[in-house]
Design a protein. Structure first.
Lengths: 162, 162, 162, 162, 162, 162
């Protein structure tokens, strides 16, 4: 059985992430969406909230699992018997960053392969960072994130602003 | 009447900015130079000081207006009846960043067009960030910023150092 | 009056070209779509056929003119009193090529400005070259070129194949 | 069963191609290495010679098939029930070219997915074109192509020179 | 006598740095490895520790000197009679950053030349930042940094963790 | 003694080439400007004419030698005891091309080092190809090539046109 992992911060999940998740599923028998716990970044959503959001969207889907992890990605892969890392690439800047990461991971664990999918043109400009910036100014998030995420963001900002 | 906006931090105004302003004016009937109020960055000059600098340089020019704004650029454009955003592009890194911004702005407000001018070769290496770094070491700023800005920077740093 | 020129080979006109033409018109009072006569390339359509195609699509539009030219673009601009060259940019490869051209043109004629528009994401992958390749294999051109161009291409290839 | 296709000119097969083939096999249940018949290029090896070379190297491997095809890649994929195109990416230039191709193919056949693998650093500088240039000057091809290809190239050039 | 300077943070020294140092030495009669004292960054190793590490590795080598400096690099070069700045370039992102720096330095001190060496493919993915990240998770640093640096990092982290 | 080689087509020599030659001389004790004899390209100037042009400009300079060569550059370097290849880099496209060449040359001859200089901003848009195109339309070449080359080009084209 081919198990693939799609790692990221997902803070928040965007339509670009959903596109990669949908397309990744055809490549693997089982897909693990893995939320990286980052010690430095100040996130908008807690790891638990992010787990809840992705689990809500894929609640009836047994071929997909949502987890969180800390530490080195390749160590987590080894511990879980995962051999395929899947990454979406939007542009040159992403590409150079991912090329560096894939090279390091290949040094640390040559048996793990990194697979790239190109984000579709209509999603290529979406980033979690930009979604948070637009949200902070109360801008329109339709077409950038799923409806369920819009609700969660509105709740989050209304509690921040109150 | 065609109104264009040239948004930026202008902290401080450089010769690269001046080049884009001069060349932008031929494209519009009226040009709005708009200082973006950024909540996160720690600026060298306050928004008021930056307004004063650009107003000083263009004091006798009725076809150019200097303003500050906060919030989303496209919302500001809508509120002012502005249909053209003008951006200077120096290199690939700028280009990818601007391409992403233009795509988001097009999603949020399809009626607003983003126009790009390429910074001339002799100015393509100038950035406000680098000007501040050189200034902090008391380096030579001639050929990087207008004379009036050099004075303001010297005043600023002499008051910081005192 | 601001006159802009949008130069290119247009062999054939694509939906990407149409996007740039539409968006260019807001920037100028009058737009000249200029077919560059290239001595070296072996075109699919003759210059006259390309003039006919673009004229057909914009037949009722007095603010737009379609012409052909040979020689240096800036010399043609000078002879016609044109001060704005408009170019669409799809990606990094385009960007570097256009940056070089704009720099040369600026050396040859500093009074002529080059303005860049970014091709919309959904058209960013379309090129005339690729349209011709797909057409040569009888592939589906819907969503790549206007309907009128599809007919012309089919006529062209059926006469070639006969 | 997941069938993937690795298309290319393979004129000649290089160690970079071998790296992508080896790594592609883990992703698919069956891999089709497909030699694109290009009407315009003047190849070093005929399509039959290229089929022979790759077949020789993978002679005992029933999970891999070597074929040639002409026409549009996505049409060939459809006719063979193939849903995954695999491409190696060495650098930015490759990346932009592949991004354009993947976008076109997605328009022509949305059900077919393109998967990218990054060529390992030690192979990232190898291209068939450069192998041919070095070979034409009788340069050392060890570490660039498999031993069997070196023999074939030597035979080819000694017959050309004779 | 040609004196070259190889400036950097070297926090910590990596195998990529060693590669550039080795190759730089052929270009100059004397090489100055210069640790830039950065007021903003929070380093892993103090400047003294970094001096010690590089001095340890090159202890018996009179043609190489290790120093630290603060302020503008070109001012330091002028004060030391150094005319060649040597920089390693790994990828496009490095290249644009270095091109900007070289242009500024050329404005500030036209008599000082910047020379670029391309980092070898096998080291092109190594950065000090990534070494620190892997070290923080106790990952394997073999093949990324010299053995002496591994010891220093282990001492550093064991004292941090204690 | 350090001998460096600056290889190229030099068809014709441009102000960009002169910039690199001048700056290369500080790096080497002796500089060899080497005209690559290319079997495929249709040149404007014969190899002898190109030798004459560069020799004319550097006629009184014993530290610089102008030669032509065919075959692999690294083989020529080995035969001449040359250890430094010097290349000018103008932009990203150049950079990727040169990075590939340097990697191949390093495989073929690890003892030969490739050194890169960045073309100054004011020359970064000049290419021999573009000079020939402008010349073919009788455009102004001042500021693109040395005066002596302008004369040679005018002679060449007047004899072609006659």
């Amino acid at each position: 059985m081919r198990i693939g992992i799609y790692p990221g911060s997902f803070d928040p999940l965007t339509n670009g992430h959903l596109d990669i998740i949908e397309r990744s599923r055809g490549i693997c028998d089982r897909l693990v969406v893995a939320i990286a716990i980052n010690r430095e970044k100040q996130p908008l959503f807690t790891v638990d909230e992010r787990l809840e959001i992705i689990n809500h969207i894929y609640k009836d889907d047994s071929s997909l699992e949502v987890v969180s992890f800390s530490g080195l990605l390749v160590e987590f892969c080894k511990s879980q018997g995962i051999h395929y890392i899947i990454r979406g690439v939007r542009n040159i800047t992403d590409f150079e960053y991912e090329m560096t990461n894939a090279s390091v991971n290949n040094k640390l664990a040559p048996e793990i392969e990194t697979i790239f999918l190109m984000t579709k043109g209509e999603y290529a400009f979406i980033s979690s960072k930009m979604v948070k910036e637009i949200a902070s100014y109360n801008g329109d998030l339709t077409s950038l994130v799923p409806q369920f995420v819009i609700q969660k963001i509105q709740n989050k900002y209304s509690s921040i602003r109150r």
